[in-house]
Design a protein around this ligand. Structure first.
Ligand code: AKB
Length: 314
C-alpha cells in the first residue's frame, strides 16, 4: 500500500489528484499539504500546513506519516513567474530542491511535473521531440529545465526514484488555474456558460498543447506505477492530448452554444510566452515506455466541461 505526501494540494492539479489518490489508495494514506488551510480537504483525510521553502517542515511531516512517496506540485506558473522572477526561483527551485532532499534522506519515490514551458523559441515547434533543444526565455521555463535536470541528477547520483511528465495546459472545472499562460482555455468555458462570449488574451492562430484533467491524473498514476526497467527517460516525458488555438475552442463550444462569440484583447506578456512554446509535442516516448494514452479530445472535453460548469451554476 502506498503512502503519499502531496505538496500544493489545494492547487489546480493537487485538489483533484488528492481526491483520486484517496479513492485509489485509501484516504488515510494520502497526506495533503499546502501553505493554505482547507477544512474541506482536512475533513476527508490527513492535511498538514507545509511551506515548501521550509525543508525541516517537509522532512518532519514525511517522517511523522512514514510516507513512501512525495508528489511535489507546489509552484508558481508561467505568467506569475514573469511578474515575480526572484520569488518564482525561490519557490520553484527552492521547493524542488527541498522536497528532493527529503526524498533522498528518507528514500522516497518522487514525482514532480515539468511543462511545455520547458521549451523555448529555438525548440522545433511541431512534433517537438522528447529530447531536443531547450533554451526557454521565461523564468518558469528556466525553473522547469533546471528542475528536469535536477530530478535526473538525483536519480543518477543518489538513486532517488524520480519520475515526471511535461504537462501541457490543463483544463478542468473543479479548481481554476492561476497565473498560467494557458488559463484562457479554462476561462473560455466559464464565460461561455455565463455570458455566451469570451475575450481571449491569446491571439487567434496561437497553437498550444492542452489536456483534460482526468487524462493528466491518469498519466501521473501511470508513470508512477510504470515498470522502472522500461523507463529510459524517467523524468519529463512529453505528454499532450489536444493541440489547439482559441478559435478551435470557440468552434467546439459553438456546437453546444451556437450564439457563443469570441473576441480578442491580446496580453503582450502572455502572448510572448505562448509564442515561445511548441504548437504540438511528440508523445511517442511516453507511449512506448509506459503506455501513455489520452482519452479526451477537444469535443468530448468541451461537452463535459460545459455540462459540469452548468451543473455547478445550478
Ligand atoms: C502555464 O500556462 O504556465 C501552465 C503550463 C503549461 O505549465 N499551464
Amino acid at each position: 500500500m502506498k503512502k503519499i505526501l502531496v505538496t500544493g494540494a489545494l492547487g489546480q492539479i493537487g485538489s483533484e489528484l488528492v481526491t483520486k489518490l484517496r479513492n485509489t489508495y485509501g484516504a488515510e494514506n494520502i497526506i495533503a499539504t499546502d501553505i493554505r488551510n482547507s477544512e474541506v480537504m482536512a475533513a476527508q483525510g490527513p492535511f498538514e500546513l507545509v511551506d515548501v521553502t521550509d525543508e525541516q517542515r517537509i522532512y518532519q511531516v514525511a517522517k511523522d506519516y512514514q510516507v513512501d512517496t512525495i508528489m511535489h506540485l507546489a509552484a508558481l506558473l508561467s505568467a506569475t513567474a514573469e511578474k515575480m522572477p526572484k520569488k518564482a526561483w525561490d519557490i520553484n527551485m527552492g521547493g524542488l530542491m527541498n522536497t528532493l532532499e527529503v526524498a533522498r534522506e528518507l528514500d522516497l519515490q518522487f514525482f514532480t511535473p515539468s511543462s511545455i514551458g520547458a521549451f523555448g523559441p529555438s525548440t522545433p515547434k511541431d512534433l517537438t521531440p522528447q529530447d531536443t533543444l531547450q533554451r526557454p526565455t521565461t523564468m518558469y521555463g528556466v525553473n522547469k529545465v533546471a528542475g528536469e535536470l535536477l530530478c535526473d541528477y538525483y536519480y543518477h547520483r543518489f538513486g532517488v526514484d524520480t519520475r515526471g511528465v511535461r504537462f501541457p495546459g490543463l483544463i478542468s472545472y473543479i479548481t481554476p488555474p492561476g497565473g498560467g499562460t494557458t488559463d484562457y482555455a479554462v476561462e473560455i468555458y466559464y464565460e461561455a456558460v455565463k455570458n455566451k462570449a469570451y475575450t481571449s488574451y491569446i491571439a487567434a492562430g496561437t497553437y498550444m498543447d492542452m489536456m483534460y484533467m482526468p487524462d493528466a491524473l491518469d498519466a501521473i498514476v501511470s508513470v508512477m506505477e510504470a515498470d522502472p526497467s522500461k523507463l529510459i527517460h524517467r523524468n519529463a516525458f512529453n505528454i499532450a492530448a489536444i493541440s489547439a488555438e482559441p478559435m478551435d475552442f470557440a468552434r467546439a463550444i459553438q456546437k453546444h452554444i451556437p450564439e457563443f462569440t469570441l473576441s480578442f484583447n491580446v496580453d503582450p506578456v502572455r502572448q510572448k510566452i505562448a509564442d515561445s512554446w511548441p504548437n504540438c509535442i511528440d508523445c511517442s516516448a511516453a507511449e512506448a515506455e509506459w503506455g501513455f494514452k489520452a482519452n479526451f479530445d477537444i469535443d468530448s472535453m468541451t461537452k463535459e466541461m460545459l455540462e459540469k460548469i452548468k451543473e455547478k451554476n445550478r
